[in-house]
Design a protein around this ligand. Structure first.
Ligand code: PLP
Length: 392
């Protein structure tokens, strides 16, 4: 009954994590999949999340459908948190099953609004971006946006691509905590990119999956404002997977910002129609937890404190890695100045294979390391493995 189905390759990253899970060597170190781990190697349920879950278990009056747009309080709180300077009347919002579904819905909205629209994607990027955007029938075009050897974003290249794009094209941006490079764009670069997008009539799709993991929630939002304040239109996808530690609960949102508010109802109606034929109604629990936390001053303060401690831990690991300087052919120095969960080390499949076979260290061939998954007391061992694997 399915003559056109082809066997699909397994997701390389998830396969690598499975391999790591099956490795029984005591020195096993899994730096593949992007989840935060504490010093003991656990991905904890955050304190405020547990407290909110208890509250919800006791007080939630019904499990009736949420409605297509999802939890209105969740959407209001997240919008105010991520873009406090943007007028709520200019924003159409919908709750989605995680940031992934927000991206897919954004892509479908872009395609519905202009069939075969081109979206420009700077490489390297999160491995799911390309299939996800292409699957929505956007014409996905990649260009180099990062110099791995220099560990620097190619801002001029981005500006050139925008200047040469057709009006109505879209442009994917990860302005904070870039996956996989960890490189943030400066406020000046963001302002220049925003001006170029606005001048050319190119629509940015801004992927925010690590809010708070850069400097702080407020500073990250200030950076986003450098973009949003200069743009007439933007789509912003938001994931609560990392900053609330709600990965499996699938809590996310899509915001469409259109200055002047004229498009808000048209976009809201279309988002509803698109979601209705897919997941129909979003899952309740994760968004209800976030709304409970952000709606309660004490819980919100505790969440912010725990998130700040997590981010400080990752920063300390970055410092420790960078302190080792040049290891073989790899300069770890720039890792300190990067942010979010990842850094992209300049190495290839051969080194990755040797690290796996000889040292039980699991890193994808791309060289993306999940810094947020590394305990401070494992840094020296990791660096020793990195050195030894290059010497063989
Ligand atoms: N965007 C980026 C850049 C990501 O790294 C991820 C998750 O790894 C997502 C979006 C999607 O997150 P979620 O797990 O909420 O679907």
């Amino acid at each position: 009954p399915f003559p056109c189905l082809q066997p699909q390759p397994a997701d390389p990253l998830l396969s690598l994590a499975q391999l790591a899970g099956a490795d029984r060597r005591p020195s096993r170190l899994d730096l593949s999949v992007g989840v935060y781990r504490d010093e003991a190697g656990r991905t904890p349920v955050m304190r405020a999340v547990k407290a909110a879950e208890h509250l919800l278990a006791e007080t939630q009056p019904t499990k009736a459908y949420l409605g297509i747009l999802g939890n209105a309080a969740f959407l209001d709180h997240v919008r105010a948190l991520v873009m406090p300077g943007v007028d709520a009347r200019d924003v159409a919002a919908i709750q989605t099953p995680g940031g992934t579904a927000a991206l897919r819905l954004a892509a479908e909205l872009l395609a519905a609004g202009k069939p075969d629209r081109t979206i420009w994607v700077g490489s390297p990027t999160w491995s799911n971006h390309l299939p996800l955007l292409g699957g929505a029938r956007l014409d996905v075009r990649c260009f180099p946006a990062f110099d791995i050897a220099a560990q620097a974003p190619l801002v001029d290249r981005m500006l050139d691509v925008i200047a040469a794009a057709a009006p109505g094209d879209a442009f994917l941006l990860q302005p904070l905590c870039h996956n996989p490079t960890g490189v943030d764009l400066t406020p000046e670069a963001l302002a220049a990119i925003a001006d170029a997008l606005a001048a050319r009539g190119v629509v940015p799709l801004i992927d925010v999956a690590y809010h708070g993991f850069g400097r702080s929630l407020e500073e990250d939002s200030t950076r986003l404002a450098a973009l949003l304040d200069r743009l007439p239109h933007a789509l912003l996808t938001y994931s609560c997977s990392k900053n609330f530690g709600l990965y499996r609960e699938r809590a996310g949102a899509l915001f469409s910002v259109n200055r002047g508010g004229a498009l808000r109802d048209l976009i809201t109606g279309n988002l509803q129609a698109l979601a209705r034929t897919s997941w129909s109604m979003p899952p309740d629990h994760g968004a209800a937890v976030v709304a409970t936390i952000l709606g309660d001053a004490a819980l919100a303060a505790d969440w912010r404190q725990e998130l700040a401690a997590m981010v400080a831990r990752v920063r300390a690991v970055r410092q420790a890695l960078a302190g080792h300087g040049v290891v073989g052919a790899i300069n770890l120095g720039p890792v300190a100045g990067q942010s979010g969960m990842f850094s992209l080390l300049p190495f290839g499949a051969e080194l990755a294979a040797r690290l796996r076979s000889d040292h039980a260290v699991y890193i994808p061939d791309s060289g993306r390391i999940n810094v947020a998954g590394l305990a401070a007391d494992r840094v020296d061992g990791f660096v020793a493995a990195l050195r030894a694997a290059q010497m063989r």
